[in-house]
Ligand binder design. Structure first.
Ligand code: HEC
Ligand code: HEC
Length: 396
C-alpha cells in the first residue's frame, strides 16, 4: 500500500491533463513553435529557473553521464521533451501519442517534492514531502497559451488572473482563491501561502495552515479535484456558501461528480503514504548541540511547548488558534471554515528555510519568529536565550 501511495503521489495526474493540457494547452508552451507548439518553448534551463526539478533516478543513464560531462544541451526545448518522455520532470507528466507530446497533467509531487541537487542544481534524487520552495507556480501557469479558459472558470478577465499569478512568487500558491476570490490581502500583498511540508504528519489532526478544512485525506480530495482539477468526486457542503465562497458555489466545487472517478480509489494509499513519511533529521553540524540543549529548556519556559507539544510539535487534539492568540492578522484564518490558524508541526524546519516562516512567510527567519513571540507573549527572553531557542528549533 505504501508503494502504491508513493506511485500515486509521484505519478498520478488524476486525469488533470483534461485541464492543464487539453484546456490550458500548457504542453504547447513547453514544445515551442519549432516543435508545433507556441512561443520559444521551455528549455531545461528555463524549467530549472522556474523551480521545476529533475529526478536523476528516472533519467536515462546516458543523459546522467552527459550532465556529468556538461554535454547535455540544457538550452533546447527538445531536451525538456526527452526528460518528460523519461518521466523525469518532478510532478509533471507528459501525455505522448506516436512519440508526440499531446497533453500534460500534474501531480502532488510538483509542489510537495524536491531533489537533493546531487547531480547539479535542480537535478538529483527525489525528496518526497519536502516543499519545493523554488517553484514559481504562478509563472508556470502563466505560460499557458489558453489562460482565458482558467480566467473564465473564475469569472475574471484574463489580465486579472495574470496579475494574481504574478503576485505569488517562488514557493507559494493560493489553494483557496478559486473559491473565495480573495487574491490580495487588505494591504495589497498576495493572499498566497507557502508550500508546507507534507512529511511528519502522522498524529497531527487538522491540516493546512488554517486547519479546520480537516485531515490529510480530506485535503487530498480537495486538492486533487478543486486545485489540480483532476477528474474525481468531491463533496463539502461548507463550500456551498454564497458569502464566504462565492466562486466555489459558482464552479460547483462543493459537489463535484465525475464518472469515471479518477481520484477516490487512490485516496487510501495516498493517505497512508503521506502519514508514513517521517520528518527528515537535520544534517549533523547544522546546529550547535550544547546551545540546542539549553534552548530546549527555553522552549518549555517560554511555553512554546504548550501549543507545539513534543514530539509532535502541534497539539494532540484540536490544534487550532485564533489570530489574536498568536498575535497576527486574521486575513488567512478568516478564509477557512473555522477562522483559525493551525499550530504548525515544527519537525524538519531545516527543509523550509527558504521563503520565511508562518503561513505567508512574513517572518524572514527564525530570529524574526522568536522576536515576534517575545513581544507578543512579553517573554523578556535574553539575547542568549533567544540564540539557544533558535538552535533548538534548528535541531528539530
Ligand atoms: C500547486 C501546488 C500544490 C499541489 C499540486 C498540491 N499541493 Fe498540497 N498544498 C499546497 C499548499 C499551498 C498547501 C497549503 C494550503 C493552505 O494552508 O491553505 C498545501 C497543503 C497540503 C497538505 C497539508 C500539510 C500540512 O501542513 O498539514 C497536505 C497533506 C497536502 N497539501 C498534500 C497534497 C497532495 C496529496 C497533493 C496531491 C493530491 C497535493 N497536496 C497537491 C500546494 C499544493
Ligand atoms: C498559542 C499557541 C502557540 C504558542 C504558545 C506558540 N506557537 Fe508557534 N505557532 C502557532 C501557530 C498557530 C503557528 C502557525 C502560524 C502561521 O502559519 O501563520 C505557529 C508557527 C510557528 C513557527 C513557524 C513554522 C513554519 O514552518 O512556518 C515556528 C518556528 C514557531 N511557531 C515556533 C514557536 C516558538 C519558538 C514558540 C515559543 C516562543 C511558539 N511557537 C509558541 C502556535 C503557537
Amino acid at each position: 500500500m505504501y508503494e502504491e501511495g508513493q506511485k500515486v503521489f509521484r505519478h498520478d495526474t488524476f486525469g488533470s491533463e483534461a485541464f492543464w493540457g487539453d484546456k490550458l494547452q500548457l504542453h504547447r508552451a513547453i514544445l515551442g513553435e519549432k516543435q508545433g507548439g507556441v512561443g520559444p518553448g521551455v528549455s531545461p534551463k528555463d524549467a530549472l529557473k522556474l523551480g521545476l526539478k529533475v529526478d536523476q533516478g528516472e533519467m536515462p543513464e546516458a543523459a546522467v553521464e552527459m550532465i556529468k560531462r556538461a554535454s547535455l544541451d540544457l538550452e533546447k526545448p527538445e531536451t525538456t521533451l526527452a526528460l518528460l518522455k523519461a518521466n523525469a520532470v518532478v510532478g509533471v507528466t507528459g501525455v505522448f501519442k506516436d512519440g508526440k507530446l499531446v497533453s500534460m497533467g500534474i501531480q502532488c509531487a510538483l509542489c510537495h517534492s524536491t531533489v537533493d541537487d546531487s547531480l547539479s542544481p535542480g537535478i538529483g534524487r527525489r525528496l518526497d514531502g519536502w516543499p519545493n520552495r523554488d517553484l514559481n507556480i504562478g509563472s508556470v501557469v502563466a505560460l499557458a497559451p489558453n489562460l482565458k479558459a482558467y480566467a473564465d472558470l473564475l469569472g475574471l478577465p484574463e489580465q486579472e488572473l495574470k496579475k494574481i499569478l504574478e503576485s505569488w512568487g517562488p514557493g507559494k500558491y493560493d489553494a483557496e482563491v478559486n473559491h473565495d476570490g480573495k487574491a490580495f490581502r487588505p494591504d495589497g500583498k498576495s493572499g498566497a501561502t507557502l508550500l508546507p511540508a507534507a512529511f511528519g504528519l502522522a498524529g497531527v489532526n487538522n491540516h493546512t495552515y488554517t486547519g479546520a478544512w480537516s485531515n490529510v485525506t480530506y485535503w487530498n480530495a480537495y486538492v486533487a479535484n478543486t486545485q489540480m482539477r483532476g477528474q474525481g468526486v468531491f463533496f463539502d457542503p461548507r463550500l456551498n456558501d454564497a458569502k464566504k465562497y462565492p466562486l466555489a458555489q459558482k464552479l460547483g466545487d462543493h459537489n463535484i461528480r465525475h464518472d469515471p472517478d479518477l481520484v477516490t480509489s487512490k485516496l487510501p494509499a495516498l493517505q497512508l503514504y503521506q502519514l508514513a513519511l517521517p520528518a527528515p533529521r537535520p544534517p549533523r553540524g547544522s546546529w550547535d548541540e550544547a546551545a540546542a540543549t539549553r534552548g530546549s529548556a527555553v522552549f518549555g519556559k517560554a511555553r512554546c511547548s504548550s501549543c507545539h507539544v513534543p514530539p509532535l510539535y502541534s497539539e494532540p487534539g484540536w490544534n487550532l488558534h485564533t489570530a489574536e492568540e498568536i498575535g497576527i492578522d486574521d486575513f488567512q484564518s478568516s478564509r477557512s471554515p473555522d477562522n483559525r490558524y493551525r499550530t504548525t508541526p515544527l519537525r524538519g524546519l531545516f527543509t523550509r528555510m527558504k521563503g520565511g516562516f508562518y503561513h505567508d512567510g512574513r517572518f524572514a527567519d527564525l530570529a524574526a519568529v522568536v522576536d515576534h513571540y517575545d513581544r507578543h507573549f512579553k517573554l523578556n527572553l535574553s539575547a542568549a536565550e533567544k540564540r539557544d531557542l533558535i538552535e533548538f528549533l534548528k535541531s528539530l
